[in-house]
Design a protein around this ligand. Structure first.
Ligand code: NAD
Length: 489
């Protein structure tokens, strides 16, 4: 793969070939500098049509779905090839996503590449058949075998915030399970996906049509994928609002829709915790990647008696986090992805002020950056847990601090949300921690700083944060159908 940073223009991957987009190209922008990085192929409906047809043909007419050992080898090959290009990919990811360099050794790049090895392992070791033994339903002696099979053509639609993590988690599980894929990445980060496309085409034995990657400036392509009758499943990660449209589109032929959506997760500090230390962790984590993480804990719940101390400790830590150049290895908080995203965050800050919130720290653009879509780490206090900024996903480095009166009250506030994606609890007493973790209705929970992100750990949401789980065995099984074969005798 020749680095996109030097060639300046990326292509689509359709039926094994790297091709230009029928609608020309669109610009991809460095969010830290606002400079145009280069151009991505702009696919239209005809390109999508060709991609879906290629995926359908590869699924129906090749042995891909029946060759798990070959699939495992291809995924290992992909992992090795991506690893061989790691420094080019790192530079590209920092430039296109505005991802702080430090995150590229984890979930922004190296983590998801390594996790392809886990997916490859599953293809080889998974028990595709379970013998349910003999039974005599309705008096007929029958031997029952449960088989797991790939679903077919998967339409994967992804966001821009952790593009490699999400693109590769979907590709890894879907391919390991034996499906073929059409991936439509977000218009803000086409090159991250296009770089993977080039490596698949040029450096792996993944057969033509098994993976198709269509970049486009037009969100409509995602919508078309959801309604396409030849697609058997949609694997979507993005906002809850778009998730609803995806579900409606998928309903046209009742295809399976697997949804990873938004969040407004709570960080609960129990009164037996080291309040200052816990608040400092909460302040730090909401600033990571400028708050552009679905699972970040954006509501900080603290005991009312320790509220002032908690506000002070949180603000003190936020004050030390200076939004900076993402290429600097010390940067934690880079830019937001786009002008549109920054305008969205600033609109929420205005709403907070209108609703009577107190901006304890931050609330504007950092003076030291003339260019780039930066926003200051911001703490909002003295606002009701029912306020807009305490309920809606902001997707910026913005934390809302809310007092609670008892452990039960903390759980009540945490659960008083349409979302249920993640959360954190800090405390000392293990019984109390157990009661709180039992009570919070959410897909992942961190206790005293524990990390749930791992290849073998399923991730996903309760309530309007999603349907299904990504990663781990459960994530892999999302991409499987179940067939029961009952043989008499
Ligand atoms: P988004 O919903 O705007 O877009 C996501 C993808 O959907 C993009 O590829 C977009 O082009 C496509 N799309 C837009 N309209 C569509 C439609 N009508 N039908 C089909 N596809 C359509 O989200 P975003 O702004 O790119 O990403 C941020 C959101 O993603 C946040 O809400 C965040 O919480 C969520 N997210 C969730 C997870 C998770 O695992 N739960 C992970 C990362 C991001």
């Amino acid at each position: 793969m020749r680095s996109l940073l030097s060639t300046g223009v990326s292509r689509l991957l359709i039926d094994g070939k790297l091709v230009e987009g029928a609608d020309g190209v669109f610009a991809t922008v460095n969010p830290a500098t606002e400079d145009v990085l280069g151009y991505a192929a702009n696919a239209n409906a005809a390109d999508l049509e060709a991609a879906v047809e290629a995926a359908r043909t590869a699924f129906d007419r090749t042995g891909w779905s029946r060759e798990p050992t070959f699939r495992a080898r291809c995924l290992e090959q992909l992992r090795t090839a991506l690893q061989a290009h790691i420094e080019e990919l790192r530079a590209l990811t920092i430039a296109e996503v505005g991802a702080p360099a430090m995150l590229t050794s984890g979930p922004q790049l190296e983590g998801p590449i390594a996790d392809l090895g886990y997916a490859a392992g599953l293809a080889e070791t998974y028990h595709w058949e379970t013998d349910l033994g003999i039974a005599e339903p309705m008096g007929i002696k029958t031997h029952r075998v449960l088989r797991r099979e790939p679903i077919g053509v998967v339409g994967a639609i992804t966001p821009w915030n952790f593009p490699h993590q999400i693109n590769l988690a979907k590709l890894g599980s879907a391919l390991a399970a034996g499906n073929t894929v059409v991936l439509k990445p977000a218009p803000d980060t086409p090159w991250c996906a296009a770089a993977v496309a080039a490596i698949i085409a040029e450096e792996t034995d993944i057969p033509a049509g098994v993976v198709n990657i269509v970049t486009s400036a037009d969100h409509e392509l995602g919508a078309l994928l959801t309604t396409d009758q030849r697609v058997d499943m949609i694997s979507f990660t993005g906002s809850t609002t778009t998730g609803r449209s995806v579900l409606t589109g998928a309903a046209t032929n009742l295809k399976k829709a697997f949804l990873e959506l938004g969040g407004k997760s709570a960080f609960i500090v129990l009164d037996d915790a080291d309040i200052a230390a816990a608040c400092s962790v909460a302040a730090f984590s909401v600033c990571v990647h400028a708050g552009q993480g679905c699972a970040l804990t954006t509501r900080l719940l603290v005991p009312r008696a320790a509220y002032d101390q908690a506000v002070q400790a949180t603000a003190a830590t936020m004050g030390t986090i200076v939004p900076g150049d993402p290429t600097d290895p010390r940067t934690v908080c880079g830019p937001l992805i786009s002008q549109r995203q920054r305008a969205r965050v600033e609109r929420y800050l205005d709403i907070a002020r209108t609703e009577g919130g107190r901006i304890v720290i931050g609330g504007g653009r950092p003076a030291e950056h003339e260019r780039g879509f930066f926003v200051e780490p911001t703490l909002i206090a003295d606002i009701a847990d029912t306020a807009t900024v305490a309920r809606e996903e902001i997707f910026g480095p913005v934390l809302v601090i809310i007092p609670y009166d008892s452990d039960d009250d903390a759980v009540r506030i945490a659960n008083d949300s349409p979302y249920g994606l993640s959360g954190a609890v800090w405390g000392t007493d293990t019984d109390r921690i157990r009661r709180v973790t039992d009570g919070v209705r959410t897909g992942t929970l961190s206790v005293n700083g524990g990390v749930w992100y791992c290849a073998d750990a399923p991730f996903g949401g309760y309530k309007q944060s999603g349907i299904g789980r990504e990663m781990g065995v459960l994530g892999f099984e999302e991409y499987l159908e179940t067939k029961l074969v009952a043989t008499a005798g």
